[in-house]
Ligand binder design. Structure first.
Ligand SMILES: Cc1ncc(COP(=O)(O)O)c(C=O)c1O
Length: 366
């Protein structure tokens, strides 16, 4: 059997929606963009949603609009590099607070230690679709007057204490890159917020700083979402809940089948506070690389998110002088995490095939 790592869904209805938009709408900022924004805001439960060209653009523009320039932003080293890059691109300095072993997310206790009088914002990442423990972060940010920006690039539809991820902090930043829980058939992103002023700034900034058609009152970017991509996004959004439900079921089956296999660490499933959406199902093992190549021989594709924590990327070492040992939990995670195949169309027998190979590897049975 061959099990791919991921399988983006692009069906006839989505292709038709794109074709209709291309034929009948303005190609940029057409009706589908506005409808997608309205529908996404309603889904997340925020007053506003502003469509942009990527998750990175969502973070970058939100950071600038949150006026972090010249200050520090506290985030996790255990993420995709775009999270911290956006901070630098907005003229601020990323300060890392280590991750924690229990859920791979940023550790709120570490955040408290890293926040200083130079901090302007905290940027937690809901890694793999697993909601961060937000209550202590909300409390800290309220107490210190800091902005709380959620990197929700991997967490479309995740819920924390009854609220959707992206509706808890001052803003949420989503990515629609092709492997995410929902895509727009290419790059795309969204900023969600209840703050009227922030929404206005972000909307202007993604559209060349336009105050009106010919008048520009800020230095903006061309970072809009194309109309045909928004049209695809609208159809995908209608499927998101059922796709997420299937991802949770697959995660449940993985965990059940791997129960009792003490050699590996498994991610937490849903609990009373958190409903994750399993963008990824990530196990941990000291024999990660060996296991990955064994699975590859058995036809099972895997991936690593992320083998090198952000602070140990060459450019961060050059810029900030980080060394190995700076953030030990993130480093430990980086050398042990392995992402197993995960996509809504994955069949139970494919999940069982993967878990049988894993059991075979540790037991030396197959
Ligand atoms: C956690 C995280 N932040 C930010 C991004 C950047 O999103 P994009 O690739 O759409 O620019 C991604 C995804 O690629 C991500 O996984």
């Amino acid at each position: 059997m061959k099990v791919p790592f991921a399988k983006p869904i692009m069906d006839e209805e989505m292709i038709q929606a794109a074709a209709n938009a291309l034929r009948n709408e303005r190609l940029v900022m057409g009706e589908s963009v506005h409808k997608f924004e309205e529908e996404f805001a309603r889904y997340i439960g925020t007053k506003h949603a502003i469509a942009v060209s990527s998750g990175t653009a969502a973070l970058h523009i939100t950071m600038i609009a949150s006026k972090v320039c010249g200050k520090e932003v506290v985030t996790t080293p255990m993420s995709f590099i775009a999270t911290a890059n956006a901070v630098i691109q907005a003229g601020a300095t990323p300060k890392f607070a280590d991750a924690r072993e229990s859920d791979y997310d940023i550790d709120p206790n570490q955040v408290k230690l890293v926040v200083s009088e130079k901090t302007a914002a905290v940027l937690p990442v809901h890694l793999y679709g697993q909601p961060c423990e937000m209550a202590p972060l909300v409390e800290l940010c309220n107490k210190k007057g800091l902005k709380l920006i959620e990197d929700a690039a991997q967490a479309h539809g995740s819920v924390y204490r009854g609220k959707k991820i992206g509706a808890i902090g001052d803003a949420g930043c989503f990515s629609f890159y092709t492997t995410k829980n929902m895509t727009v058939g290419g790059d795309g992103g969204m900023v969600t917020t209840d703050n009227d002023e922030l929404a206005k700034e972000v909307a202007k900034m993604r559209d060349c700083g336009r105050a009106s058609r010919y008048i520009h009152d800020m230095v903006g970017f061309t970072a809009r979402l194309n109309t045909c991509n928004a049209a695809i996004g609208r159809v995908q959004l209608r499927h998101l809940e059922s796709w997420n439900e299937r991802r949770r079921a697959i995660a449940g089956l993985y965990s059940q089948e791997l129960k009792g296999l003490n050699e590996i660490g498994k991610p937490p499933l849903a609990n009373k506070d958190s409903t994750p959406v399993f963008h990824l199902y990530v196990i941990r093992t000291k024999r990660r690389d060996e296991l990955a190549s064994y699975l590859s021989q058995k036809g099972v594709e895997t991936a690593i998110h992320y083998p090198v924590p952000i602070h140990l990327q060459p450019v961060y070492i050059q810029m900030y002088g980080y060394k190995e040992g700076s953030f030990p939990v993130a480093e430990r995670l980086g050398s042990t995490v392995l992402s197993l195949p995960m996509f809504p169309e994955m069949k139970d027998e494919e999940v069982r095939y993967v878990t049988e190979q894993i059991k075979g590897f540790f037991g030396g049975l197959k």
